[in-house]
Design a protein around this ligand. Structure first.
Ligand code: AMP
Length: 248
């Protein structure tokens, strides 16, 4: 689902988006949920809602759910420090960390993620305005049950967190991806995350101030990564995230 607002002078503004893998029987119910979501987002009322449905012919890859922890964090400054430590620990250079933080806290808004080279900090996504949209991912019922048992997550946020962890689990699974950081563009949702295959999914409360419309996502890849293959995996490879353990 993609919802946007058409602004006379500055082109279209992204309001919200969502994706999943489901059975044909679930289709109607999920499309209804997505339309409802598009029409009640805190970023505003959309002028256009696009629902795309595609049959998946390739068997989805079965990948593990990342382990989840919540950091102690009470301000965006502390969040920057936590993100920096996480990324340095994942093998991202200080230069690329700084370049990534600039994109994450920038006023420019993308629909997708920035792909950043982990040594030089160079941006490598084919379209800088749009970014790369991670798609074709879903979660098994048993993994979803684990999500409801994670301590410290408000019931009203379970769906948001579940979708984010599914996306992060897909992203972290690729051998050329070292880490990912996300700040939601929802002004009411101030918990972001940093994730990697090695360290799992770290929820970071107070990553931004309440009411801030800015948000972003940066995926750090190995300096010599095959970008075309990474983008193809993120956008096109169907994956199902299940409750098995991550093999490091
Ligand atoms: P959200 O967590 O949905 O509030 O999105 C936060 C930011 O992540 C957005 O501003 C986009 O830049 C980016 N984003 C959202 N959805 C995706 C996606 N499916 N794939 C890649 N980037 C995304």
């Amino acid at each position: 689902m993609r919802a946007s607002k058409n602004r006379a002078k500055r082109g279209s503004m992204h309001i919200s988006g969502a994706e999943t893998i489901c059975t044909e029987q679930q289709l109607k119910q999920i499309a209804q949920q997505y339309i409802k979501r598009a029409l009640s987002h805190s970023r505003g009322n959309p002028d256009e809602v696009v629902i795309t449905v595609e049959r998946i012919t390739k068997k989805p890859l079965d990948i593990p759910l990342l382990n989840t922890r919540t950091a102690k964090c009470s301000s965006p400054d502390k969040a920057r420090q936590l993100i920096t430590e996480f990324l340095l620990g994942a093998g991202v250079s200080a230069r690329a960390v700084n370049a990534g933080l600039k994109v994450l806290y920038s006023k420019k808004h993308m629909r997708g993620a920035c792909i950043m080279l982990s040594v030089s900090g160079r941006r490598a996504e084919p379209d800088r305005m749009r970014g790369v949209r991670v798609s074709r991912f879903g979660m098994t019922d048993s993994a979803e049950k684990i999500m409801t048992a994670i301590p410290g997550i408000k019931k009203s946020n379970i769906r948001t967190v579940t979708e984010a962890i599914t996306l992060a689990s897909k992203t972290a699974h690729h051998a050329d991806i070292l880490a990912e950081v996300c700040i939601s563009d929802d002004p009411d949702y101030t918990t972001g995350y940093a994730a990697s295959k090695q360290s799992g999914y770290l929820r970071i409360p107070c990553i931004k101030q309440h009411g801030d419309m800015r948000g972003g996502r940066v995926i750090f890849v190995r300096q010599d990564a095959d970008i075309t293959a990474v983008v193809d995996y993120l956008e096109k490879r169907p994956v199902i995230v299940s409750a098995k353990k991550v093999r490091r």
